[in-house]
Design a protein around this ligand. Structure first.
Ligand code: MLT
Length: 241
């Protein structure tokens, strides 16, 4: 398995895709996606723009769908939900399709949606992603951070490092594909004992704190707390593996 880390979708090489893409948006899209499926959502359908989300979800009966929209950390008007994983309760999610559009996470998914295999990872389901990769042994793997509007996000690269660290510890068949893998492992080693402190230091964590999302940060920092792996079954549509 040859492992690559990319901090943002913009930094991925053009005109190529990996055998398996692991999309990461710790704060908070991929945490929310994992939580929704864990709570019994039938599936999650991701959109980079709100207009298409509204058009496609209109074809679904209101009792079978939920619409989640986030821009700049805040809920988009007219949606049922914003992007807080804490809203993804079994009572609300059970049997429904969650239609979701977020500032960066759903755009990152779109960049790699034509890959042979696409999964999503966050701190909360890091172990499930690692297990999948060790079992399947895809030849090339991209750990893709979503970043923030084209820029680097500390928490996404740190999560990539948490995955890379576990993979390289768990197997001697991993080849390091780029220097970003080593950098991400170093970053994870620095913060692994206090991920919440890292969330309080990084720019998007601070943005969410300004929006009073303290409890979201605590939830997103709980490493390996859920045993769920979202996997793409067709472009943009994720289900429980
Ligand atoms: C994103 O896609 O940028 C986010 O998940 C932002 C957020 O809701 O915290």
């Amino acid at each position: 398995m040859q492992l690559f880390v990319y901090h943002t979708p913009e930094l991925t090489p053009a005109e190529t895709l990996p055998d398996c893409a692991v999309v990461i948006d710790v704060l908070r899209a991929t945490t929310t996606i994992a939580t929704a499926l864990n709570a019994g959502a039938e599936s999650v359908q991701a959109f980079s723009d709100m207009t298409t989300l509204m058009e496609v979800s209109d074809a679904w009966l209101p009792e079978n769908r939920l619409r989640a929209g986030e821009r700049g950390g805040a809920k988009v008007e007219g949606c049922d939900l914003g992007n807080s994983p804490l809203d993804c309760t079994p009572e609300l999610m059970g049997g429904k399709r969650l239609f979701i559009s977020t500032t960066n996470g759903t755009r990152a998914l779109q960049r790699v949606e034509e890959s042979a295999d696409v999964i999503t990872a966050a701190i909360i389901n890091r172990g499930s992603a690692v297990k999948y990769l060790l079992d399947k042994k895809p030849e090339t793997v991209w750990l893709l951070g979503s970043g923030w509007e084209g820029g680097y996000s500390l928490e996404d690269t740190c999560c990539a490092g948490a995955i890379a660290h576990a993979l390289t510890t768990g197997s001697d068949e991993i080849t390091i594909g780029n220097d970003e893998v080593l950098a991400s492992i170093a970053l994870y080693s620095q913060w692994k004992d206090d991920l919440l402190k890292m969330f309080h230091s990084c720019s998007h964590g601070q943005r969410l704190l300004r929006l009073h999302c303290d409890e979201d940060l605590k939830y997103c920092a709980q490493i390996d707390s859920v045993n769920i792996l979202p996997i793409q079954k067709e472009p943009g549509i994720l289900v429980k593996y």
